[in-house]
Design a protein around this ligand. Structure first.
Ligand code: ATP
Ligand code: MG
Ligand code: MG
Ligand code: MG
Length: 472
């Protein structure tokens, strides 16, 4: 069966609605009342208030397609077939209502029934926590062959104190064509490192309370929370080699081809990576800015800045030397409009924010890259393998290179960055700034203001950028 991404999303929601779940809209990427999280990173992250008992849901059964951002995957993007910064997590949730048997039975029905996904059950592998004999039993009851149930010691969801429990992850066998490991590689099994086995769904059975004494007490009311990556499921339905050759990403890739210096996707490996990074990051920043994030030097804003700048540097690889990312904003909007119509409605605002950040970085980019290339050349000539702290800091402070970007580019060139040295330089600059400010304190408000302004014009570049962006 071949389904569009909108159809897959809707099918998941319809299925669980049929099983008595209420469809919850996708919440903003920016967490509400949750200082522990920078971004909403899963469906359950928006439901903490129900799971910890603060709020009682109208219906204990809920389902959603939740936009999520994971910064820990930034460096995976482009390199693996399955990771994004922004992705949608389809989920079903039970707050003290149904538990393991129903969760497993329904998962299997959704995946294999011809009325729903209709996947061949022989392609599926269910991983379970070895001691979770119930999960094993229920998978066998619905008809999964014993050799398709795999014990994995890691399948236990535990974030310290609070609800915890075993989970069961579902892997789809994409076939021999996708093997990236030899048959006898110890990582070659569902749940290992082989791209052949694609992790599509994680079903968490939260049945214990992890106590402050580090014991696990059974919870009186057990919960279910699950997460299925929409983009991965779509890649299966659309027979795509990776998540990127689907209707969710190809439009941005094709637009980037047009903007590039005659480059074609699939032309060679390094170019592919650049196309994928641009498609992924343009999507993430578009949706995040639509949700109210803005580029800056701290927190969420820094993530936006880092993604935009990483995308721009990858644009350079494709021969794009002027602002272009903002042109992808409406393309992203089109790919998501059936479920997120607001993105397209806000496209002019979002494009304006992106454009302004692009223009700013582009002012120093050419010089920054020149410096970077020189540094690499010198290092090679001197048989050095490390870019020192002051250089990394200059790239950051004067040329706007997020240090992670410098690290990544360095690693491509076979070098590393002295991160501790970089941090030391950063601290020195902060100390200088603090000193300058406290010296001015006694001179009164008016004077303070002047110093403030002067401070900013002296900071060549990076630290001042927030101020301007905040006005947008
Ligand atoms: P992986 O091992 O592939 O990194 P994960 O085990 O970290 O995934 P979970 O935390 O179990 O992922 O999240 C539930 C589901 O969300 C995954 O099974 C996958 O389908 C999807 N998912 C997780 N991270 C990403 C990502 N960065 N991009 C796209 N989909 C993701
Ligand atoms: Mg992961
Ligand atoms: Mg995993
Ligand atoms: Mg997982």
């Amino acid at each position: 069966k071949e389904l569009s991404s909108s159809q897959v999303r809707q099918m998941f929601l319809d299925f669980f609605q049929e099983k008595g779940h209420t469809i919850e809209p996708s919440a903003s990427l920016i967490p509400v009342d949750d200082p522990t999280l920078l971004w909403i990173n899963s469906g359950v992250a928006t439901m903490k208030k129900y799971f910890d008992g603060t709020v009682v849901p109208k219906n204990p059964r809920m389902t959603s397609s939740q936009k999520s951002i994971r910064t820990n995957d930034i460096e995976n993007v482009g390199k693996t077939p399955r990771h994004h910064t922004l992705f949608e997590m389809l989920g079903n949730f039970s707050v003290g209502d149904y538990f393991k048997k129903e969760a497993i039975t329904w998962a299997f029905e959704l995946l294999t029934s011809p009325k729903w996904f209709g996947w061949d059950k022989d392609k599926l592998y269910m991983t379970v926590y070895p001691k979770d004999t119930d999960a094993k039993k229920f998978w066998e009851q619905v008809g999964v062959a014993p050799d398709h149930i795999v014990d994995i010691e890691d399948n236990f969801w535990d974030i310290g104190q609070g609800p915890s429990g075993p989970d069961s992850e579902i892997f789809y066998d994409r076939g021999k064509d996708f093997d990236n490991l030899a048959d006898d590689d110890p990582e070659n099994y569902p749940g290992g490192e082989n791209d052949r086995w694609l992790e599509v769904w994680n079903i968490v059975f939260s049945q214990f309370n992890h106590t402050p004494q580090d014991t696990y007490e059974p919870l009186p009311r057990k919960n279910i929370d699950t997460g299925m990556g929409l983009e991965r499921v779509v890649s299966i339905f659309q027979h795509a080699r990776t998540n990127f050759e689907t209707d969710l990403f190809l439009p941005m890739i094709h637009e980037t081809e047009k903007l590039s210096d005659n480059k074609k996707y699939e032309a060679n490996k390094r170019d592919n990576e650049a196309f994928r990074i641009i498609a992924d990051h343009s999507r993430a920043i578009t949706v995040a800015i639509g949700d109210g994030a803005l580029p800056s030097n701290v927190g969420r804003g820094y993530v936006i800045r880092r993604l935009i700048r990483r995308a721009i540097v990858n644009g350079q690889r494709l021969g794009i030397n002027e602002a272009f990312l903002y042109k992808l904003v409406p393309v992203v909007g089109e790919t998501l409009k059936s479920y997120y119509p607001d993105v397209l409605k806000q496209k002019d605002y979002i494009a304006k924010v992106v454009r302004s950040e692009e223009d700013r970085f582009n002012e120093t980019l050419a010089d920054g890259l020149k410096l970077f290339r020189q540094v690499v050349k010198d290092a090679k000539a001197n048989h050095q393998t490390v870019i020192d702290g002051p250089t990394a800091f200059k790239l950051y402070d004067t040329y706007g290179f997020p240090v992670e970007l410098t690290q990544e580019e360095a690693s491509d060139a076979g070098l590393t960055v002295d991160k501790a040295g970089f941090k030391a330089e950063m601290q020195k600059q902060k100390d200088r700034a603090r000193k300058a400010r406290s010296g001015a304190k006694s001179m009164g408000v008016q004077r303070d203001l002047l110093i403030e302004i002067k401070d900013h014009s002296e900071y060549v570049g990076y630290d001042t950028l927030d101020v301007d962006n905040a006005k947008l």
